[in-house]
Design a protein around this ligand. Structure first.
Ligand SMILES: CC(C)(COP(=O)(O)OP(=O)(O)OC[C@H]1O[C@@H](n2cnc3c(N)ncnc32)[C@H](O)[C@@H]1OP(=O)(O)O)[C@@H](O)C(=O)NCCC(=O)NCCS
Length: 153
């Protein structure tokens, strides 16, 4: 049986996190970006399966909302429900902290992530034009929000 855990991200995890990140994104965060997130006090957690890094989640509290800054699953583990599990865990954590909702940005081209967020009740509330770097020029960001009290809280 696999040993499964979700723990706060620490400095000791940064190299492993950055290694996963470089594989799965065309425009990845750097190890330094993750380190800066920890030093800024962002809410960052890693999911471990059998002591191997499987996924991670970085959220930032802004007044009464959590902003989801990074949700990532190791390439060989994608499509097995870990992303949804970690997102639901993060939503539970935000609710537990008394937040009103969760905000995030996603590329329109990221069908997997977009579908995940929509099926978790996130709604489109805006578009940030030319937000992301892209292979040719820039790509817009869809801004999605999930209000917790709408979900039977
Ligand atoms: C996006 C990501 C976090 C989703 O995590 P995951 O573990 O791969 O996804 P899950 O297995 O939990 O699937 C959750 C839902 O996402 C959608 N999904 C996942 N893979 C998909 C694919 N290849 N195509 C379309 N939809 C997909 C489905 O709706 C799925 O729900 P279902 O299995 O009930 O149909 C993960 O694929 C990832 O890290 N991708 C690269 C980094 C990234 O894009 N992060 C998000 C940035 S906003």
């Amino acid at each position: 049986m696999s040993i499964f855990s979700i723990k706060a991200m620490t400095e000791a995890d940064l190299a492993a996190v950055a290694e996963v990140e470089q594989v799965i994104y065309e425009f990845p965060w750097t190890e330094r970006n993750f380190g800066d997130s920890l030093r800024a006090g962002y809410d960052a957690h890693c999911m471990w399966i059998d002591h191997q890094l499987a996924a991670y989640l970085v959220m930032m509290r802004v007044v009464d909302e959590y902003h989801l800054l990074n949700l990532s699953v190791r390439a060989d583990l994608q499509g097995h429900g870990y992303g949804r599990h970690l997102l639901q865990w993060g939503i539970g954590r935000a609710k537990g902290a008394g937040m009103d909702g969760m905000l995030l940005e996603v590329r329109p081209s990221n069908v997997a992530a977009k579908t995940l967020y929509e099926t978790e009740g996130f709604k489109l509330i805006g578009v940030r034009k030319n937000y992301y770097p892209a292979r040719e020029g820039r790509e817009d960001a869809l801004v999605l929000f999930k209000r917790f009290q709408d979900m039977g809280m």
